[in-house]
Ligand binder design. Sequence first.
Ligand code: F0G
Length: 408
Amino acid sequence: MHLRCNNRTCATTLDLHERAVACPKCGDLLEVVIDAPKFEPAALKRMWLERRMSNANADTSGVWRFRDLLPGPYDPASLVTLAEGNTPLVHGLKTGQSVGLERLFFKHLGWNPTGCFKDLGMTVGMTEAKFVGAKIVACASTGNTSASLAAYAARAALEAHVYLPSGKISLNKLAQALDFGATIVQVDGNFDAALDQLLQTTNRDIYFLNSVNPFRVEGQKTVMIEMLEQFNWQVPDYVITPGGNLGNTAAFGKVLEELKEFGFIDRVPRLVVVQAAGANPFAELWRSGASEITPSAHPETVATAIRIGNPRSWRKALHSVKFTDGFVMDVTDEEIGEAKALIGLDGIGCEPASATTLAGLRKLQLQGKLNRDATVVAILTGHALKDTDYILKAHSKQHDQHLAEVPS
Ligand code: F0G
């Protein structure tokens, strides 16, 4: 296994454990090249399920039980894990009905240790950070990455620095980072400014753990492996996911390509990426067919997790969407709010960014583009309690409207 530049014409290779977040030749992102596993797909599928019955450190994690398709090998005792992953597929009942789908499922990544999918990438990224002898780990974040990094750094006994757009993230997420003992760096400006500031840091002791780190992407691949396992390896038709910095989209496409290449599946689900209309450079790129992304200078959306104007993984994500014959779309804040309320009424709950998925499906249904027999998986990226302020404000607005309608 080794690292390779994501730009296929450059394709510079580096040692797997080289501490780099970008190609030293062309500056593009790096990816881990995974070797073909030693065992046949049928044997591995069985082995992965059997590991769920084991109490060994590496097996209780819903990431590391798929270690045959992850970087390594690491000493099992050195894994930085909080038993992440193993999240359920929940059948969407009222939500399914609302879009005319019998087979709508939510893969709820909010039911991870810190309430978000970031833990899946963080267990791999933090294990690698420890392996290369890092002392300080850092990220810029719209909130969730910082909470996850702080928790896993605490487990690894590493110092955590998190760069946050001042006043622009949910207080629940800030509280998590504080609770786990991270040092908070407040940055004037948005997430993009915070990430720029961090990436310009010359301190060689800092190990970067944003999703530009290829090890983070590797952990997030397990969402697709576990989802396919939950369908007994019957491939769903669509996977619909929110798009922010686009690390997840990059990870999902990468692993679907690997699973097909290694013979685990013979077709792939279509990846549909949904952005918020106020922070939609990837959707704009898709619509225009341009060859380069144009960052949004002033991204704005109530879904603060995806208030991102300059998504770093866009090239990888575009490859994922094209490889799976998928597409990219956007939805308004109002549509996000309506979809979030519907998901709540199904007893599931999620944070606003996650509700872009159902909002996207509602829009597709209105456009007559949803086939009612399709099997659709919506990726819920964060827990409802991640942004309680949003919920309380939405309901107090409803309450005020209701009072205004009552005749005096
Ligand atoms: N949903 C949630 C809840 C998120 O926190 C994020 C990203 C996304 C979706 C978008 O995922 O970047 O892989 O396209 N949050 C990052 C953070 C940027 O800092 O917590 P993506």
